[in-house]
Write a protein of this length. Structure first.
Length: 168
């Protein structure tokens, strides 16, 4: 009795989500790339290159081309920066909070080197509290935050790529 009641309550709570057209990110059919091959120009072996490579290959039908001439589009990573700035300090002059900023600048070209997407900069920012007594843990937290910011940037790049319609 209790479990069937919970089932009904769960179903009633999820019904409005289905009715409003809610879909998980990336689950829309138009989120797929409209081209068969991408040439990725990024620092080989860098985290952004690895993340973009795996996101492109996860599309299923899109392959990574080894050179520009054989690719439908070329995604160029022009610049990637991580910035850390002191945001607040306490009365003793010790850092209490940092501002962490991740910047990614990229553009997209077609087969003929025509610009499909002008140079675009993504700037993602977050804040991190800091305590001298937890320095090692905060260092790890900072690294994880930058990983999350990079993953968000990759997701935004992929959404922009999915909106492009190159001439094939």
């Amino acid at each position: 009795m209790q479990s069937s009641r919970r089932l009904w309550i769960s179903a009633l709570m999820t019904l409005p989500l289905a009715a409003c057209g809610f879909q998980l990110r990336g689950s829309r059919p138009d989120a797929k790339l409209d081209f068969n091959s991408v040439h990725l120009e990024a620092t080989h072996g860098s985290p952004i290159e690895r993340d973009l490579r795996s996101s492109i290959l996860a599309q299923g039908h899109t392959v990574l081309a080894t050179d520009r001439k054989s690719a439908d589009v070329t995604l160029r990573i022009l610049q990637e920066n991580q910035e850390k700035k002191v945001l607040t300090i306490n009365a003793q002059g010790q850092v209490r909070e940092y501002s962490l900023l991740y910047r990614l600048r990229f553009d997209v070209l077609d087969k003929d080197n025509a610009i499909l997407l002008e140079p675009t900069e993504l700037a993602l920012q977050t804040f991190m509290s800091y305590s001298e007594s937890q320095a090692l843990a905060k260092e790890t937290e900072e690294r994880l935050i930058y990983n999350d910011l990079r993953a968000d940037a990759v997701s935004q790049v992929m959404r922009r790529l999915s909106q492009l319609k190159p001439k094939l």
